[in-house]
Design a protein around this ligand. Structure first.
Ligand SMILES: Cc1ncc(COP(=O)(O)O)c(C=O)c1O
Length: 395
């Protein structure tokens, strides 16, 4: 059967159009929410069977719930994976995936510029569990190859990276990892399943902070892991269940609402961002603006090859450095000064003092996250209005 398009998948995948409350009723058009923590059984034998056999149904929401499961089925289809898990947050997804892949220990090679909590997890929290990470500039895949050790178990990537919007050649990384028997994990939050299909490029595990584009409305904190059936089953019955980063049914249900409009929103985020990036690139107050859709982006050709649309994130440095950045964000009226991204509203923040404050200053400097850079998550307002707001703030 022909694969359905992303817009159709986002609305229909995982949903059962025939599921009815009883024989005579119609089907609820929007899947109902199972907002319950536990499930009742009629006999001790049934309950015991359900507790010991993973296949026999729902017992307790930390182990699984129909609303979570529907979301997970949709996520697996959208990311072209075999199975998926929804988690309580993006960091819940990152930590659950790493704890699953590294259950027996091992070495990690990671991109040097990562979301700061992920950097902290690898650079500090997992070190106390005996897990060592080598950070490399994975835009040069040779650096990954050189960092390989016999005990390397995981290659951990982001592309585009937060906040410098560097890209990694995912196909090339996957080949290196496969030849070595390591697992590749990518945080695909910035690209979404509409903008990038890492599993089709050979990556093993895809993560999301669904707090961002997937839910899209700034209403939930949520995360996702997509991979093959074995990996997802191990994560579900191991790290997810026992460390407990489980999504609530309500947040799963809100995220389902958000995902239905993701493909439409993605197209508009990309359109708006391209216009705003072009405006910023030539503005006299701006030292440089980076956006994968601009020809001036050093990896524009890779972005064209690997991505479908260039996303809604723009990073820039002002000629006046940190103080100019502070003046800019203080003067904005429409764009909101806020961390997070992927929202319908345009959000602007200063990574060095906010999202990346957990990364040690020395490493921030080495990796180019200077004090003067500003990150914009372009929203879905009219592009002209966003440009006017930025223009009045610059002036
Ligand atoms: C790329 C990326 N991954 C993961 C996270 C963590 O997500 P959450 O805040 O949902 O835990 C973030 C948060 O900003 C992020 O930007």
């Amino acid at each position: 059967m022909k694969t359905l398009g992303k817009a159709t998948q986002a609305i229909h995948a995982g949903e059962d159009p025939l599921a009815r409350p009883n024989e005579k009723s119609g089907t609820p058009l929007m899947p109902p929410i199972y907002q319950n923590s536990t499930f009742r059984f009629t006999t001790a034998a049934e309950c015991a069977e359900a507790c010991t056999n993973e296949e026999s149904g729902y017992v307790y929401t930390r182990w699984g719930n129909p609303t979570q499961q529907l979301l997970e089925q949709k996520l697996a289809v959208l990311e072209s994976g075999e199975a998926a898990l929804a988690t309580a947050s993006g960091m819940g997804a990152v930590s659950t995936a790493l704890l699953t892949a590294l259950a027996e220990g091992g070495h990690v090679i990671a991109m040097e510029t990562l979301y700061s909590a992920t950097h902290h997890l690898l650079n500090e929290d997992l070190v106390s569990l005996g897990i060592e990470t080598t950070f490399v500039d994975a835009t040069d895949v040779n650096q990954i190859e050189r960092a390989l050790r016999p005990d390397t178990k995981v290659i951990y990537l982001e592309s585009p990276t937060n906040p410098l919007l560097k890209l990694v050649d995912l196909g090339a990384c996957a080949e290196i990892a496969k030849a070595h028997g390591a697992i590749t994990i990518i945080d695909n939050t910035f690209a979404t399943p509409c903008g990038q299909q890492p599993i089709a490029l050979g990556i093993d595990v895809v993560l999301h902070s669904m707090t961002k584009y997937l839910s899209g409305n700034g209403a939930v904190i949520a995360g996702a892991i997509v991979g093959n059936k074995q990996f997802i089953a191990r994560a579900k019955t191991g790290a997810l269940r026992n460390f407990g980063a489980v999504i609530s049914p309500f947040n799963a249900w809100l995220t389902l609402h958000g995902i239905a409009t993701l493909p439409l929103r993605w197209t508009q985020h990309c359109k708006n961002a391209l216009r705003i990036a072009a405006f910023l690139e030539t503005h006299p107050a701006v030292a440089w603006a980076r956006y994968p859709g601009l020809r001036s982006h050093p990896q524009h050709e890779l972005a064209k090859r690997q991505m479908n649309g260039f996303g809604g994130m723009i990073t820039l440095e002002l000629k006046g450095g940190l103080s100019a950045g502070e003046r800019l964000v203080n003067r904005l009226k429409l764009c909101a000064l806020a961390v997070s991204l992927g929202d319908v509203r345009t959000l602007i923040c200063h990574p060095a003092s906010t999202t990346h404050s957990l990364v040690p200053t020395e490493i921030r400097r080495q990796t180019g996250i200077t004090d003067g850079i500003v990150r914009i998550s372009v929203g879905l307002e009219d592009a002209e209005d966003i440009i006017d707001d930025l223009g009045q703030a610059f002036s």
